[in-house]
Design a protein around this ligand. Structure first.
Ligand code: ZN
Length: 230
């Protein structure tokens, strides 16, 4: 098992692109993992190759960047009644969670990531989950990830480390981290290449591409404005 290797859960969004840069800065060998779960914003997956290329170009990380893996988790979309996987409007539900919540998504993602890391001999697993401004998704919480690390390590008889570099950062702080890691070139690549919009809209804005009105776009635009004001 390689201590200096990492597997990054890489969706093609702002957060996971920043996590990928973080991992490339920190580890000697980095592989990426994406999931196809029949999400409506499948365009996210199409931006992954472009962002990987940009990371190699911006900071000279080509020698560290290993293979990309994409796993088919369409069964998750099949059992989820959410606005991310069904053609329904995004809204808040009675429990206080938006209907973009896909139950168990991060638990399933990280378990599959660990199974892949096991086979690839990779100790470190990196995910962009964040407790600060993530709509209250319970599977993004620090306690959830820590508990899952224990469960995975017990269940697989390994010593994986689940890294969450964005856990306590808001979107503006995530831009600051990207700036520290790769300077203006990385900021520009993340801003123009990555995709966050739930609706798959690629209308260009100052803060990146998106519809401008869904919760993901609002969060991204607000974070960009706050970062610009620093
Ligand atoms: Zn949007």
């Amino acid at each position: 098992m390689r201590d200096d290797a990492a597997l990054v859960l890489f969706s093609g969004g702002q957060d996971s692109a920043t996590c990928l840069a973080w991992a490339l800065d920190r580890f000697g060998h980095v592989e990426t993992l994406g999931f196809d779960y029949a999400q409506r914003h499948v365009i996210e997956l199409e931006t992954r190759a472009a962002m990987r290329d940009a990371l190699c170009r911006d900071a000279g990380w080509a020698a560290k960047l290993g293979p990309d893996h994409v796993l088919d988790l369409r069964a998750l979309g099949g059992i989820s009644e959410t606005s991310l996987t069904r053609d329904v409007a995004i809204e808040m539900e009675t429990g206080g969670l938006p209907n973009t919540f896909v139950p168990g998504r991060n638990l399933i993602f990280l378990t599959f990531a660990a199974a892949l890391a096991y086979r690839r001999g990779i100790r470190n697993i990196v995910t962009g989950v964040c407790e600060t401004d993530y709509s209250g998704y319970p599977d993004c919480r620090d306690d959830t990830i820590k508990a899952l690390q224990v469960a995975i390590n017990l269940g697989m008889e390994r010593r994986f480390v689940l890294h969450t570099p964005l856990m306590w950062r808001d979107k503006a702080a995530t831009w600051e981290l990207a700036e520290k890691l790769g300077g203006p070139a990385l900021i520009d690549s993340i801003r123009t290449v990555t995709h966050s919009c739930y609706l798959g809209d690629r209308t260009p804005h100052e803060w990146g591409a998106g519809c401008g009105t869904c919760p993901a776009c609002e969060l991204r635009a607000a974070g960009w404005r706050k970062y610009q004001c620093k």
